[in-house]
Design a protein around this ligand. Structure first.
Ligand code: ADP
Ligand code: MG
Length: 259
C-alpha cells in the first residue's frame, strides 16, 4: 500500500496541470434521509476541474447516494448541488452533462457494443459518419477496437466495464461518475483497469468522481480522496496526506496503517 501511494505521488507530480482552482462540482450542506435513516448528514464537497476524486468508505456510508445527488437521480432534502457554477439541484439527470458507470448492468443487453455507444450520440443528434469516428476513438481508448458487433453477453466482465466506460466517454461529458466499476472483477483485472482508468482520465482530462470501498484502489488512483463514514466526511486530502496523516481515528483505522 505504501508503495502504491508513493508511485501515485510520483505520477501526479509528473503529470502537468492536474486539477485547477476551478470547481466543476460543489455540494453545499447536503442532507438526505430515507425514512428515519439519515444517510447524508451535512456533506460539503468541492471537485476541481480535471481531477480524479475518490469517495472512499465502508458499505452503506453514503457514497452512492452522494454520487446520485450529483447525477440528479436523487434530490437532497436540504442543500445544493452546483455543476460548473450552475445550481442544478432541481435539474433532471438527462439535462446534466455527465457519463456514469455502475458496478454491474451498465450496458443495454439487447444492443451490440456499437449500438450501446451510438445510443447517446443519436440522442444528441450526432450524424452517422461523426458517430462512427467518435465510437471508434472511444473504443480505442479502452482497448476494445474490433468488438463493435458483440453483444454484452458475449463479453467478459472486464470487457463489459471497458465498454461501459467507453460509452460514458463517447459523448464527451463534462463529468465522469464511476460507482465501484471494478468491484465485480477479479484482482488481476482490477489492478489492470485501475491503471488504465487513471491513464485515460489524465489523457482526456475529464473531471472524474470515483466511488470505492477499497482503500488500496482509492490511494493508488486518485488525485484526492474523500473518506466517508456514516453520512459524513471524515477527511478530504491527497492519498499521501491521508496515508501519512489520518485526521481522525476512523480514517486511521479504515486506511489500516499499522506501524
Ligand atoms: P454506499 O454506496 O456507501 O454503500 P449508499 O449511499 O448506497 O451507501 O447507501 C447509504 C444508506 O442509505 C444505506 O443504509 C442504504 O441502505 C440506504 N439507502 C440507499 N438508497 C436507498 C433508498 N432508495 N431507499 C432507502 N434506503 C436507501
Ligand atoms: Mg454504493
Amino acid at each position: 500500500l505504501k508503495k502504491d501511494v508513493e508511485i501515485n505521488r510520483q505520477h501526479l507530480e509528473a503529470v502537468q496541470g492536474v486539477g485547477s482552482n476551478k470547481n466543476d462540482v460543489e455540494i453545499k450542506g447536503a442532507f438526505k434521509q430515507f425514512g428515519a435513516n439519515v444517510v447524508l448528514n451535512g456533506i460539503d464537497l468541492e471537485v476541481k476541474q480535471g481531477e480524479l476524486l475518490t469517495l472512499l468508505g465502508p458499505s452503506g456510508c453514503g457514497k452512492s447516494t452522494t454520487l446520485n445527488l450529483i447525477a440528479g437521480f436523487l434530490d437532497p432534502d436540504r442543500g445544493e448541488v452546483h455543476i460548473k457554477g450552475n445550481n442544478v439541484t432541481k435539474v433532471p439527470p438527462y439535462k446534466r452533462d455527465l457519463g456514469m458507470v455502475f458496478q454491474t448492468y451498465s450496458l443495454f443487453p439487447h444492443m451490440t457494443v456499437y449500438e450501446n455507444l451510438s445510443f447517446g450520440l443519436k440522442l444528441r443528434k450526432v450524424g452517422k459518419a461523426e458517430q462512427k469516428k467518435k465510437i471508434s476513438k472511444a473504443l480505442e481508448l479502452v482497448k476494445m477496437s474490433g468488438l463493435e458487433n458483440r453483444y454484452p453477453r458475449e463479453l467478459s466482465g472486464g470487457q463489459r466495464q471497458r465498454v461501459a466506460i467507453s460509452r460514458a466517454l463517447v459523448v464527451e461529458p463534462e463529468l465522469l461518475l464511476l460507482d465501484e466499476p471494478l468491484s465485480n472483477l477479479d484482482a488481476k483485472l482490477r489492478h489492470e483497469l485501475r491503471a488504465e482508468i487513471k491513464r485515460l482520465q489524465k489523457e482526456i482530462g475529464v473531471t472524474t468522481i470515483f466511488v470505492t470501498h477499497d482503500q488500496e484502489e482509492a490511494l493508488s488512483m486518485s488525485d484526492r480522496v474523500v473518506v466517508m463514514n456514516a453520512g459524513k466526511i471524515e477527511q478530504i486530502s491527497t492519498p499521501t496526506e491521508i496515508y501519512n496523516h489520518p485526521k481522525t481515528e476512523f480514517v486511521f483505522q479504515f486506511i489500516g496503517k499499522s506501524n
